[in-house]
Design a protein around this ligand. Structure first.
Ligand SMILES: Nc1ncnc2c1ncn2[C@@H]1O[C@H](COP(=O)(O)OP(=O)(O)OP(=O)(O)O)[C@@H](O)[C@H]1O
Length: 696
């Protein structure tokens, strides 16, 4: 029975082909998948470096490049390119199985041989070599093969190594870069092992067993089980993440049972959500009976997106039905609704503040709500005595102990008014639901809970989730980036009630953005101290992107009106370059500025919409509203002093220094989140003095 495999490179270029060419590709691939490829003419090439390379006709102009071993029945589709390009690519490439690492490797053999000649000449003039300090045996241990080693021994400068980047097998190139940058053999091995399926060398490697090698290279090539899978894979939106997982993502998501709660951290765009989705799919497949699985986060737009992606990932309706995708608020609502009857009505935060404004002449609604949520509900304070004894670290406003009595009375009044209206606040509802579950101590609602964006949960939401699943194997799978904490006050890891000791993992490769944008955006975060992390695992070391692109543009203007004119013109340039309107976002720290931009765009004939499931228009919104989203091009505007950080979000230093620093760090995170939404292009502008967070 013939087997079909496809390379990631093919799938990314397939999505860019015109519809008729895509149809022709589907027809050709369908024949492979249905094992009727005998009708396809696999054309052998004269002078090909790899005797197993064939091409197939897609249409008059395009050809597919296929790796077809002499024995066995595996066909691997590598590229689909215009005719001449396909032939040129196919004749120069050589595929091998790495003897030590067992992965499938590709090299540009023709250019590599030419390069060897040039390097030999350069080496004759220089006795010292770049890798004099590395023994042959160490190279072998790290997977450098006998064909590459003689070339490596000719290298005299790092620039020569750079020149080999697109010729060498990628993992061997990574090894050489690590060694050249001064890493020890052990450190280099640690880097390499991240790319191996079991983080270890395979026991035995058969050099002509392509199927086994493909299974060890899940980042690059995928075996297709049959025509249905193929059909699904090629259906838009060509989701690469469904098939090609980084070995680390795969190891984490498809791990056997974890003995307790697990936390996965990683910088923006490292595929944390993707890993959470795969874990949900894995658990749904493993655990057929019993309580359902919950996939959750704090906001509805984010759960809507999670549900949409999960629908793409899980094919079996029964397995899909095992995973409930709802917000923590919806969970709270259903628990409280079940016990108190009816559907609890929740007051939106703005209405809550308006109501709180009316309860006491001396206290602003915002202050009372903040005190209730961030002190009382956060610390689960239920009596005045507890409140009088509570710490108020991190509050915006000092509060003499004597005054707490009247604040307590005002919050009580707010609660009474809410209750008279038959309403709840979001966090009050979470607190109540957690209390009910803990009191009942009944069977767990969920067998497993998977949480995305866990860094933004409030303590009441942590209590709710903790109570909704019984502590034990595979109870909580948490995905977080402590550097993207933009909402709540910091919840120290020890206050979450979740024990992750010894069960933390980190993702480091960004799949979203380019190295240029990522390096710039990370500098926005400044120096993050141990205290800032408060027991949460760090997630920036080794954070990198394998993609390259343009550096972010930063522009200064004298006035907001000029800045707006410029951003409108930037959006129009992107549109003129062929970027889809829905792949463009304009982001501001405050809503008023976002509204100004939306108006300016409208006047220029460009329609926009708020962030969310795209209706195909340019999206304009606040930095907070962009959480979890991504766009090809992002413009972040109004990044000036006193706006970023936003004056009102900063706790004055004279009130509480720790809280002041914390609030500053959170504002850095907000800007970091906004900038890391960009895949290819990032444009940043400000009027007057720049934000102190902008990298120099
Ligand atoms: N293995 C993969 N192959 C291809 N694309 C991937 C892979 N993993 C993630 N991606 C893509 O990278 C982008 C970022 O992934 P994801 O949203 O999961 O990252 P994240 O870490 O949750 O990001 P953030 O914290 O910024 O919200 C998405 O477009 C996703 O489809």
């Amino acid at each position: 029975m013939p087997q079909l495999a496809i390379a990631k490179e093919f799938l990314s270029e397939y999505s860019k082909l015109e519809k008729p060419v895509q149809k022709a590709v589907q027809a050709a691939l369908g024949k492979f998948a249905q094992a009727t490829h005998a009708g396809l003419h696999l054309e052998k090439l004269n002078r090909a470096e790899d005797p197993r390379i064939r091409t197939i006709r897609i249409n008059q102009f395009y050809r597919g490049v296929v790796l077809a071993p002499a024995s066995g029945d595996l066909y691997c589709l590598l590229r689909v390119l215009p005719h001449d390009e396909a032939i040129a690519w196919a004749t120069t490439r050589l595929f091998t199985v790495n003897q030590v690492l067992g992965v499938l490797e590709m090299r540009d053999e023709t250019r590599l041989q030419n390069m060897a000649g040039t390097l030999r000449l350069a080496a004759e003039a220089t006795p010292a070599r770049l890798f004099d300090h590395v023994q042959d045996s160490d190279f072998h241990t790290l997977g450098i093969d006998d064909q590459v080693l003689p070339i490596v021994r000719l290298l005299t400068r790092e620039a020569h190594l750079d020149a080999l980047q697109h010729m060498l097998p990628s993992l061997q190139y990574d090894v050489l870069v690590a060694l050249a940058s001064g890493m020890s053999i052990e450190e280099t091995w640690e880097e390499v092992s991240k790319h191996l399926v079991d983080a270890a060398k395979p026991d035995q490697v058969e050099l002509d067993d392509l199927s086994a090698a493909i299974e060890r290279t899940p980042e690059q090539v995928a075996l297709i089980s049959g025509p249905e899978e193929l059909e699904k894979l090629l259906r838009p939106p060509f989701a690469l993440w469904r098939i090609f997982l980084h070995p680390m993502q795969r190891r984490i998501a498809y791990h056997g049972p974890y003995s307790g709660s697990v936390m996965i951290t990683g910088g923006a765009g490292t595929g944390k959500t993707v890993t959470a989705l795969h874990r949900a799919a894995h658990l749904a497949r493993l655990y057929g009976s019993g309580a359902p699985i919950l996939l959750t986060t704090y906001s509805h737009p984010l759960t809507a997106e999670l549900a949409r992606q999960l629908n793409q990932l899980i094919e079996s309706p029964e397995e899909r039905d095992r995973v409930e995708v709802i917000t923590t608020s919806e969970l709270a609502s259903s628990v409280v609704g079940d016990r108190h009857g009816g559907h609890p009505e929740v007051l939106a935060s703005r209405e809550l503040v308006t109501l709180a404004d009316t309860v006491h002449p001396d206290y602003a609604g915002e202050f009372l709500v903040d005190e209730w949520e961030q002190v009382l509900l956060a610390q689960e304070i239920t009596t005045l005595e507890e409140y009088l004894a509570a710490t108020r670290a991190g509050r915006r406003q000092a509060l003499p102990r004597l005054e707490r009595q009247s604040v307590w009375a005002a919050v009580e009044e707010l609660r009474t008014q809410l209750s008279n209206r038959g309403c709840w606040s979001v966090l009050q509802l979470a607190d109540e639901a957690a209390r009910i579950l803990r009191q009942e101590n009944g069977p767990a609602i969920y067998q497993h809970i998977i949480v995305d964006e866990a860094q933004d949960l409030h303590p009441a939401q942590w209590r709710l989730l903790r109570a909704a699943v019984r502590p034990g194997e595979d109870d909580l799978f948490l995905v977080a980036d402590p550097h993207q904490r933009i909402w709540q006050h910091r919840v120290p890891m020890r206050s979450t009630g979740v024990n992750i000791v010894g069960r933390t993992q980190r993702l480091t490769v960004s799949y979203r953005t380019t190295e240029e944008i990522l390096n710039w955006a990370v500098r926005v975060l400044g120096l993050v101290s141990e205290e800032d992390l408060d027991g949460w695992p760090d997630s920036r070391e080794g954070y990198e992107s394998l993609m390259h692109g343009r550096r972010p543009i930063v522009r200064r203007f004298a006035e907001w009106s000029e800045e707006m004119t410029a951003v409108v013109s930037q959006v129009r340039t992107w549109l003129a370059d062929g970027v889809e309107p829905g792949a463009i976002a304009v982001v501001a720290r405050v809503k008023a500025k976002a509204d100004d931009v939306a108006d300016a765009l409208r006047s220029a004939g460009v329609q926009s919409e708020p962030p969310g499931p795209s209706g195909g228009r340019v999206q304009v919104g606040t930095m907070h509203s962009m959480k979890g989203l991504e766009f090809q091009c992002v413009a972040v505007v109004g990044v000036q002093d006193r706006v970023v950080p936003h004056d009102r979000a900063i706790v004055p230093a004279e009130i509480d220094m720790t809280a002041h620093l914390e609030s500053l760090q959170r504002e850095r995170c907000v800007l970091y989140v906004a900038c890391t939404r960009a895949r290819d292009r990032l444009y940043v502008s400000y009027s007057g003095a720049p934000s102190p967070f902008l990298p120099r």
